[in-house]
Ligand binder design. Sequence first.
Ligand SMILES: CC(C)(COP(=O)(O)OP(=O)(O)OC[C@H]1O[C@@H](n2cnc3c(N)ncnc32)[C@H](O)[C@@H]1OP(=O)(O)O)[C@@H](O)C(=O)NCCC(=O)NCCS
Length: 138
Amino acid sequence: MRELVLPNDANTLGYILGGRVMHLIDLAGFFAANKHCRQRCVTAAMEHLDFKHPIRVGQAVLLEAEVVWAGHSSMDVRVRVESEHLLTGERLETSTALLTFVAIDEAGKPTRVPALTPQTPEEQARYKASAAKRKKGG
Ligand SMILES: CC(C)(COP(=O)(O)OP(=O)(O)OC[C@H]1O[C@@H](n2cnc3c(N)ncnc32)[C@H](O)[C@@H]1OP(=O)(O)O)[C@@H](O)C(=O)NCCC(=O)NCCS
């Protein structure tokens, strides 16, 4: 997902508001979860979030979301956020978030999602990390 930071998104310093970034993270994560299961999905949780660099008005926000783990009805989605300077193309990673989405049926009850089979070593590592977190009750 790509968004342009407009003045209405910003604080008095001209930096995008944290809440606006969280909104975009939620949306990008939703699209990934929905694409995985093609069901109604709700956000159940969002993990700790750091804002490492400001993203300024006139820059682009790039969001890349991937499902990293799937349980019975829940899916963990990693969202990576970058800023992009439109004139130089310079990119900076500004945040990484982990969210949990739950697929629900028409009655709002959790419903099954397809299993996820991680392929690359990186995907397998993320899958294992999420599975271990779940085992611990995180
Ligand atoms: C998310 C929601 C559907 C879970 O419903 P529930 O009846 O409590 O579901 P269960 O306890 O049976 O859990 C269902 C799954 O969700 C997971 N889950 C529920 N809450 C979770 C949380 N806070 N963090 C991580 N996973 C969670 C469970 O681990 C379970 O996973 P699994 O099926 O893969 O094993 C329900 O709490 C809800 O509707 N919340 C509001 C969602 C919403 O409105 N979001 C928008 C922001 S307010």
